[in-house]
Design a protein around this ligand. Structure first.
Ligand code: G16
Length: 539
């Protein structure tokens, strides 16, 4: 029996990065099957095609993979490549899709969201370039979910996922591969492993990587410990767990508190963490937090120190809410700098067209064209390579960078679980006000320009409207407001503040940005609309 009758299920619209819902939602009858069939139906053909499947190891990962195998067999795929134990980090999945030409891959993850029976699950499709499906593709998938009437699922024996090997089900070859080896090989092609080994073995440089009980653990162990010779305690929380040890696998100062404490208490030179699916990164110096916008700008400025990028970058890109620190580097290096909407999928076309090499986002995402996803461990290796090449500390590098380029103070304030109607009403009022803002003063700051960001992809001409409200001030400051597209309950309001300063380089960002925060309240009335006097998370 392969054909099963079904009917559309509401709410299967992919967000910023695939479909993310509570585990209990995914456990509803036909929920996963409807979405997977809708992906398969969006492909030109499944017949004889190769598909990559993996996930971040969270609760439901294994069961979902067995379901996907049953459906892939019934839909006629020729070959499935699956990470051992169902594990593939998001960047490793991208690497594998590119290395073994495939029609794409399915990645099971809800990223930095917590895992477990009462927590979150997610599924996204990546295309043949290894990157997140384009908006056009996710629209087709969504349309399919609204029209679906049947799906195909084969009645077959489950596949042993814990052992590397090959299996046949129906006419499909199923290869369970080492989750790390292809990715580790790619990293060795990009970086100067000898120089990094020398730095680490010198004993003058100590660091810690926090895998947060998520997918990056096995990758970090193999690359940082086995290949680079770092001491075993340089990687903590390395064992992937279905519930991430009960924590949020979210690399920020709040959720990676153990790392921050360790770096500061032990006087380590460098600390880093990545998220559930290994694509995000946070980096720290000793008592020195480096925000992702600055990390991106610094790595772009120092990229010539890294072998794979020593002959220069094609161009760079950042998401719109990301601070403009990268733009200053691009101007100095005479590089094109693109501004895209939030979502890694918008970088794919630019990389495929070789318009950019480096890109990143304020949401702890940094990456390059080596794959088509952001890549947490890659960013850590970039920093290690720059330390090895320059002999400078994180603090020194960042301070020297600001001395050259000036500093873009940046902070994001998140208001989580806001009532969706209240959030919608707030944006409706704000959008109506936008044309009247320019030229007026709010909390002592004068507005230069205010608009809603829209993007026309310079490669394929596709247009994405309504990508966040921007308010620019004559002081050089900017406020951006948008609603998150990755939450699983209520609305999450994100307010991004950035302020350029060429002279005062060592202020507390919250203090440097306080005038903008007062202006935001005066213009938007965040408290009036959301009932929140303060954000839930500040990064
Ligand atoms: C995803 C996307 C990123 C985006 C982030 C936050 O990251 O891949 O491009 O910046 O979500 O999106 P939002 O502000 O809409 O919540 P991840 O790491 O969650 O897959």
């Amino acid at each position: 029996m392969t054909l099963h009758a079904t009917s559309p299920i509401d709410g299967q619209k992919p967000g910023t990065s695939g479909l993310r819902k509570k585990v209990k939602v995914f456990q509803q009858s036909n929920y996963l099957e409807n979405f997977v069939q809708s992906i398969f139906d969006a492909l030109d053909s499944c017949d004889g095609q190769r598909l990559v499947v993996g996930g971040d190891g969270r609760y439901l990962n294994r069961d979902a993979i067995q379901t996907i195998i049953q459906m892939a067999v019934a839909n006629g795929f020729g070959e499935l490549i699956i990470g051992q134990s169902g594990i593939l980090s998001t960047p490793a999945a991208s690497c594998v899709i590119r290395k073994y030409p495939s029609c794409g891959g399915i990645v099971l993850s809800a990223s930095h969201n917590p895992g477990g029976p009462d927590e979150d699950f997610g599924i996204k499709f990546n295309g043949p370039n290894g990157g997140p499906a384009t908006e056009a593709m996710t629209e087709v998938i969504y349309r399919n979910t609204q029209q679906i009437s049947e799906y195909s699922k084969a009645d077959i024996e489950p596949v042993e996922l814990d052992v590397i090997g090959e299996h046949t089900r129906g006419s499909t070859l199923i290869r369970v591969i080492d989750s790390v080896v292809d990715y580790a090989e790619l990293m060795q092609q990009l970086f100067d492993f000898d120089a990094m080994r020398t730095l680490i073995s010198s004993g003058n440089f100590r660091f810690c990587f926090d895998a947060m009980h998520a997918v990056a653990g096995p990758y970090a162990q193999q690359i940082l410990i086995d290949l680079l010779g770092a001491p075993a305690d340089s990687v903590i929380n390395a064992e992937p767990k279905e519930d991430f040890g009960g924590h949020h696998p979210d690399p920020n100062l709040v959720h990676a508190a153990e790392l921050v404490e360790r770096v500061n208490a032990q006087g380590l030179d460098f600390g880093a963490a990545s998220d559930g699916d290994g694509d995000r990164n946070m980096v720290l110096g000793n008592h020195f937090y480096i925000n992702p916008c600055d990390s991106l700008a610094l790595l772009a400025a120092q990229s010539s120190q890294i072998p794979a990028y020593s002959s220069g970058l094609a161009g760079v890109a950042r998401s719109m809410p990301t601070s403009r620190a990268l733009d200053r580097v691009a101007a100095k290096l005479n590089l094109d700098c693109y501004e895209t909407p939030t979502g890694w999928k918008f970088f794919g076309n630019l990389m495929d067209a070789q318009r950019i090499t480096f890109c990143g986002e304020e949401s702890f995402g940094t990456g390059s064209s080596h794959v088509r996803e952001k890549d947490g461990l890659w960013a850590v290796l970039c920093w290690l390579n720059v330390f090895a090449a320059t002999g400078k500390s994180a603090t020194q590098l960042m301070q020297e960078h600001w001395a050259i380029y000036g500093r873009d103070y940046f902070s994001r304030h998140d208001y989580e679980g806001v009532d969706s109607d209240a959030a919608a009403a707030m944006f409706a009022e704000l959008k109506q006000k936008l044309p009247t803002l320019a030229g007026s003063e709010y909390a002592g700051l004068s507005v230069d320009q205010a608009d809603e960001f829209g993007y026309t992809d310079p490669v394929d001409g596709s247009v994405s409207q309504g990508q966040g409200v921007r308010i620019f001030f004559s002081s050089g400051g900017r406020i951006v407001l948008r609603l998150s597209g990755t939450g699983t309950s209520g609305a999450t309001l994100r307010v991004y503040y950035d302020q350029f300063d060429a002279e005062s380089l060592d202020l507390d960002p919250q203090k440097a940005l306080a005038p903008l925060m007062r202006a935001a309240e005066a213009i938007v009335g965040i408290e009036k609309h959301t009932g929140r006097a303060a954000p839930d998370v500040v990064t």
